[in-house]
Design a protein. Structure first.
Lengths: 294, 247
């Protein structure tokens, strides 16, 4: 049994893939916590699609795919940041507009640049064979920046997510925080590009954090449990994909969905058996307030 | 627009203010004006739909508007204004505790990397104590009643140490003891020169706690003492409530 997990990683390309999978398993749920709390799951999906434009340009000019994806993610974050400040454009419409523009443009560029069906498939669904040492280093750098940014901005993100107006008045630069989150989501997409693939990034970004939220009640708890789910599904998924000859992205994404499903079923029962109403009431609140009112 | 003109000595100056929720619809506020000096405690009264919440949302820059709003002689700066909203679209499951919400009010006093100082922690504890929730520091918001949640938001505004406090129906859902406790806390701030403007429906609390009243009616502001405004014929919308209180 242990050999099933050890044997694949005697190969150099699988070692690189494992490192990339662990990286995405850590960084995606950390950012995903905020994506889930701010109900921005669609943003993660759109960012994954839109990034293909940068990949296409990288193909066209022969540059690094990771750098191309990073440039596209930053461009999309900037575009979204601008569109979402428009008073008459709803945020979901802005996200859809940016996604369609960059995704359609990217596909057209890929076809024009002569990208093959296999290469496009690798981008969309992930391929562990494509992870080079240079890509790994770039991913490590991006993941490191995201972790540091979250450590610095975490408290402001929490307060701005809870009450944006109150946060602004208390001195938090809410628009800057929101733009930083967009950039971080873009960074996650880039890190996930080769292991998970652009279409499956949403799975690792949202589902581990969403599952963690069902079990714990603090941001720190969500982050830690989300990382555990993320790393666990990434490593198991990668190993299963190797043995079964399946696309790593699809297997990992399917496992994250299983984790969310199991968590939903398990915590549904848990919540039914633990009513909040049994907590003690503070003096002068709740019940006593109602007595005064009557 | 914020920060243009106005009397330099006033804490809040509003002149010819037009404000609404959509450009294509008639404004909720139509050309109102008033000014409030530093250290005043003012109640904003009027029936539902008269524009109290709209006015407060204009003052915090949340709604588009035409006219002049000046707060402390300039555009509201970081931490200068604290605000307690009327309806908080919050999720009961949002993972945050009472202490963390109140600590958010201290943001302007910290730098980007700054941890809470000893002084910050004292201010947070004092604010939570002032609204009567000393034992709930670590309690998640999901475990609070509506009245407790409102007091947490008030505590956040108190902890902020702002020059101007704007409160939208701060006593809604509070029992009388808690409401009087909040009034005392606001009075202590006013004694230190803080300006308080609160929309209030509880007219007995207006009489008890607010020396000055602004009666709002979309295009008109009736300005005076509680006894003048609440019994005055032009603001006759309060007569039924006043009569009920007298019984």
């Amino acid at each position: 049994m242990i050999d099933l997990f050890v044997e694949p990683y005697s190969l150099a390309f699988m070692q690189r893939a494992l490192a990339a999978a662990v990286m995405i398993g850590i960084v995606a749920p950390l950012v995903g916590v905020w994506v889930v709390l701010r109900r921005l799951a669609y943003l993660g999906d759109a960012m994954g699609h839109g990034t293909i434009a940068g990949v296409a340009v990288a193909y066209l000019v022969g540059a690094s795919i990771v750098l191309g994806a990073l440039a596209a993610a930053l461009a999309m974050a900037l575009l979204l940041g601008l569109l979402m400040t428009h008073p008459r454009i709803r945020s979901d419409s802005a996200i859809a507009g940016a996604e369609v523009a960059l995704f359609a443009g990217g596909i057209l560029l890929l076809v024009i640049s002569g990208g093959t069906r296999v290469e496009i498939s690798h981008l969309l669904f992930g391929s562990v064979l494509t992870v080079s040492s240079g890509d790994l280093l770039a991913n490590l750098l991006i993941a490191g920046v995201i972790v540091v940014a979250l450590a610095v901005l975490g408290r402001d993100l929490r307060d701005a997510t809870f009450d944006p107006i109150g946060a602004r008045l208390s001195g938090i630069r809410v628009s800057l925080i929101e733009w930083a989150l967009l950039v971080m989501v873009g960074g996650v997409v880039v890190v996930a590009l080769q292991t998970i693939g652009l279409l499956m990034t949403i799975a690792m970004l949202v589902l581990p954090a969403a599952a963690a939220r069902l079990w714990v009640r603090t941001v720190v708890g969500m982050s830690l449990l989300g990382v555990a789910f993320g790393v666990g599904t990434a490593v198991i998924g990668l190993t299963v994909a190797y043995h079964a000859g399946l696309p790593s992205g699809a297997v990992i994404a399917a496992l994250t969905a299983v984790v969310l499903g199991v968590s939903a079923v398990a915590t549904m029962r848990r919540r039914r058996t633990r009513p909040v109403a049994h907590l003690p009431e503070a003096p002068g609140s709740g019940a006593s307030a109602r007595r005064h009112a009557s | 627009m914020h920060g243009v003109g106005g009397e330099p000595s006033a804490a809040i100056v509003v002149a010819d203010l037009h404000c609404g929720y959509a450009a294509s619809m008639p404004g909720v506020l139509e050309g109102i004006g008033f000014s409030i000096d530093p250290g005043e405690m003012v109640a904003l009264v009027g029936p539902n739909g008269c524009g109290k919440t709209t006015l407060l949302r204009c003052l915090v820059g949340e709604l588009p508007m035409q006219g002049t709003v000046v707060i402390h002689g300039s555009r509201p700066r970081r931490g200068y204004v604290s605000y307690v909203p009327q309806v908080q679209r919050w999720e009961r499951d949002y993972p945050i505790t009472v202490g963390e919400v109140v600590a958010a009010g201290r943001r302007a006093h910290r730098c980007l990397f700054g941890r809470l100082s000893h002084h910050d922690r004292e201010a947070i504890d004092a604010a939570i104590e002032e609204v009567g929730l000393p034992d709930l520091h670590r309690r998640p918001l999901s475990h609070l009643s509506g009245g407790q949640f409102r007091r947490v938001l008030i505590a956040r505004a108190l902890a902020q140490d702002a020059d101007v406090m704007l409160l939208d129906e701060p006593f809604a859902g509070l029992d009388r003891d808690s409401a009087l406790r909040v009034i005392d806390a606001l009075r202590r701030r006013v004694a230190r020169g803080v300006t308080v403007l609160a929309s209030v429906h509880e007219l007995d609390l207006v009489r008890i706690g607010f020396p000055r009243v602004l009666g709002l009616d979309r295009s008109t502001v009736h300005d005076g003492r509680p006894g003048d405004i609440l019994n005055d014929e032009p603001v006759g919308m309060f007569r039924a409530q006043v009569a009920a209180l007298a019984l």
